[in-house]
Design a protein around this ligand. Sequence first.
Ligand SMILES: NC(=O)c1ccc[n+]([C@@H]2O[C@H](COP(=O)([O-])OP(=O)(O)OC[C@H]3O[C@@H](n4cnc5c(N)ncnc54)[C@H](OP(=O)(O)O)[C@@H]3O)[C@@H](O)[C@H]2O)c1
Length: 324
Amino acid sequence: MRAAVYEQYGAPEVVSIRDVPTPTPQDGEVLIRIRATTVSTGDWRARSLAMPPGFGPFGRLAFGLRRPRQPILGTELSGTIEAIGAGVHEFRAGDEVFAFADAKFGCHAELRCLPASGLVARKPANLSFEQAAALSFGGMTMLSFFRRGALASGERVLVNGASGTVGSAAVQLARHFGAEVTAVCSGANVDLVRALGAHRVIDYTRADFTASGERYDMIVDTVGNAGYSRVKRSLAEHGRLLVVLGGFLDLLLAPLAGRIRAHRVIAGPALARVEEFDRLAAIAAAGAFTPVIDQTYPLERIVDAHHRVETGRKRGSVVVTLGA
Ligand SMILES: NC(=O)c1ccc[n+]([C@@H]2O[C@H](COP(=O)([O-])OP(=O)(O)OC[C@H]3O[C@@H](n4cnc5c(N)ncnc54)[C@H](OP(=O)(O)O)[C@@H]3O)[C@@H](O)[C@H]2O)c1
């Protein structure tokens, strides 16, 4: 099968299309023929070793000391079940699905085997393969953070970086959970973010949300410039700061930060749960979360897709399509 492969860390050009062995489903696995996948900020970090401040030494530990341990990137996919391994009862050949391989990667390929009882679900019929491929990275990140932060209906939520993959998922899911949403993005993305359901939008090039005197029950930082010391006066009593992107120091200090003011700082990696994946599928099928697609590239142009992600300015997700 064809796959996008990288064998050394570096610029997008380290990725090339190669023929690699076709996988065979083991017991309990499904073999998925991939129709669409994404190049995410997770792929960008694993390819380039661009890590958040203070995490530099952990990059090679996570992805491979001398060279990438997993030469095929890609955290999420949509496609059709090609074959099933022994003991699989959840799916049949021909079923349309989407799936999240998360940090195991391997979705920038024509085929991927995954455990049937894991993060694989039927593709919502109202979404295209391109949209379904882009559900998991942002959606699972935000379901995990909203669970840890115990988001409640009626709460005031501010999303910093509302036009990216994670931010655009945060806006839609917060709305779905009944929150009153304020979104922060650049002027060019104000209309997009309002269309996603934000009640109020702040253009960060014109106003600093921390200077307005407004207070929020929850602040979601997907940009890495809204640490606790900057936002503490914008958090209501018992407010929570969700540090989706932060430095090593933020992670270390999270358990202590905010204690005096009865705030909570929640940081660290999102941990995907199977029941949350099924919930994500149901929310999307109900029309409450439709991933935003920035641009779509065929697999042959995956290097261009990596370049687009590296700008840090994409709107939603960069999708890569395969086959028909
Ligand atoms: N903790 C976890 O488990 C976890 C999980 C997933 C992702 N992440 C991290 O979360 C980060 C965001 O991921 P993503 O995929 O959503 O990235 P992305 O799609 O590249 O989005 C980044 C967004 O930041 C916005 N932005 C840039 N400067 C800004 C500023 N000064 N103020 C407000 N917004 C600004 C950009 O919008 P404009 O063009 O409008 O400025 C862009 O849409 C990544 O660093 C990723 O590594 C962490």
